[in-house]
Structure formats: structure tokens, C-alpha cells
Design a protein around this ligand. Sequence first.
Ligand code: GDP
Length: 364
Amino acid sequence: GFKMGIVGLPNVGKSTLFNALTKTAAAQAANFPFCTIEPNVGEVNVPDARLDTLAEIAGSKAILPARMTFVDIAGLVKGASKGEGLGNQFLANIREVDAIAHVLRCFEDGDVTHVEGRVDPVADADTIETELMLADLESIEKRRANLVRKLKGNDKEAQQQDRLLAAAQEALESGKPARVVEVDEEDAKAWKMLQLLTTKPVLYVCNVSEEEAASGNAHSEAVAKMAAAEGNSHVIISAKIEEEISQLDDEEAEMFLGEMGLEEAGLDRLIRAGYELLHLETYFTVGPKEARAWTIKQGTAAPQAAGVIHGDFEKGFIRAETIAFDDFVACKGEQGAKEAGKMRAEGKAYVVKDGDVLHFLFNT
Ligand code: GDP
């Protein structure tokens, strides 16, 4: 599954947001740095109205949305790369995530201590990025030292790694994150395998006050500019509102959102923004038993998409019976789509499209 790591300085609202995300009160938010010591892991449903539509048409008994994992990575502070705060363990946790949700304090509240004594989300983002850059530099130096022997042996893989590490090192030493390095197609895989922290896509989460949830504020505007310049993205959220919503039922939540001038819960926007940032898409499997959403990377071919369900589906892949979402709806289901000639048999080379309703045929 896909994993997002929630990072940010202490007291910016990470726990509040994470709790709302997972609807658990377990990791109690408290006005105290280092409140959440263990990295907390939570799984959330990916909201997708299309799945409900499909289930209704097919009369599916169960609805199984796609899932996304969030990891609350607390304790990242200035000096973390040198083992301060909760130090290096956190950096290891970040290494494992697909993207970083960086929560930035954009709310003013004299009662909530800011670690630097002022509200400045762009400076905060810089503080965290600097730590990640220092951590990358340190790990690059170690890794390059370890490669020396293999390089003498003319190991091709080692040469590629070293060349990529050197490029990252050069960027980092000139004060830039590793994501600025331009990587060729043939190096893309090896580059990703390096798992450098500053190559992870970042979604800045502007935590604004309840009153500013709909409009944003000057702080969130500054973050938006920074994100755009970096090729990252941002969302505006009020963690407090999300916390309140997470305790309401759907109908109450909708009313509450209306009162706040919001169309959609911030968490839904957050999850969707994560999808976009990671270039993820959804396909569906639909039957009387269940309607289910599956997550793939954009550009995934049918056998690999089948492999998300089960490795055997990929190995024994024969073909995928495919109905586009709109056709499925217009023809009122699989039978209708079949009769209208809207069900296609697609082979190994087929690139799955977002919203496809698929049925895989495979050898066992
Ligand atoms: P963390 O250290 O980043 O996990 O921060 P927490 O989620 O524990 O929040 C720290 C404090 O800030 C708590 O007292 C929260 O209630 C408060 N807080 C979080 N979000 C907001 C917000 O949007 N507005 C205000 N006024 N307080 C908030």
C-alpha cells in the first residue's frame, strides 16, 4: 500500500490531524513537544463516490474502498540529523514513506507554544528541510564510502549508484534538496531505490484556525507560493475542525461543513491531494459480493494492476475484461455494458485507466 508520513515541528497540530484521520483518540493531542513518541500508523479509506455508485448498480453486499496508510512521525526538530530530539530513528521512518505530509503551523494562538517563538511556516518548512538535507548528506557520504571497494571491481550497479549519489551530494552541498537533480529514464529506478529523504514528494498541510479554514490566510498563501516554486503541493486544513468532524456522523458533518463554508472535509482533500502528488489512480472490481477500489500508479499495465490483488493474477494473466466507469453507469451494469458492446477484452499491453471496472482472467 501507499504510505504518507506526517512530519512537522512540535505543536503544529500533527497529532490533532492524525487523530482526526484515524478517528482514534489514542494518541491524545497535548500542548507538549514529543507527545507522540512511537510512530503511529493509521489506515484510512480513500473517499471515492464512484465506488458507491458502482456498488449500488451491482447491488454489491460490501463496499471496500482503497486504503492509504498514514504514519505520524513525531519529534523531528532542529538538530534531529545530529540525534537531537528523537533523532535518527525518525529519519529512518521517513525513509520508508512514499510521500511526506508536512504540517505547518499557520494559526496564531498565544496559548499554544511555538518551538521558535513565532508563527512562520515558510521558515519552519526550511528548518525541517535542512534537517532532511543534512541527513541525506550524511547517508550519502556513508554509502559512497561503502561503495569504494565495489567501484574498484568495476561493478556496474555500484558505478550507477555512486554517480547518482554524487549528483545528489553536489545539489545538497550547494544547499538544495536532492529533488532538484534531473534524472534520466534509465536511472529512474536506481534513483528511487536510494530513498533519499529530500527526493520524496511533499504535500504541505497548512493548519489554519477554524475561522480561516475556507479562506486560508497570509501564512498559507506564503506556503502556496513556496510549494509551487518547489514543484510540491499544498492543502489548507483546520486540524481543529477535522477533529470535531471526526466525532460527528455523516449528516451532522455535512451540516457542520456547510456552516464553516466548506464543501468537503479537509481530510478528503488531503487524501486526494496525496493521490495526485503520488500520481495514483483507482480501478474497480465489482460483483454482487463486493465492490472494491484498488490503487495503482498512473501508467500501470493490466498484469501489474492485477498483481495488486494477488501475485498469481499477475503471473497467470490472460486478459482483463474492461468496462469504463462511465459506460458501466450508462449501461446500468456489466450485463448492459456487455450487450452494448462496451465490454472490451484487453491484453498484457493494456494500460489501465482511472475508473476502469476490471475482471481478470488468469491461469492458475
Ligand atoms: P503536534 O505536536 O504537532 O502533534 O501538535 P498537537 O496536535 O499535539 O497540537 C499541539 C497543540 O496545538 C494542541 O493543544 C492542539 O489542541 C493545538 N492545535 C492544533 N491545531 C490547532 C489549530 O488549528 N488551532 C489552534 N488554536 N490550536 C491548535
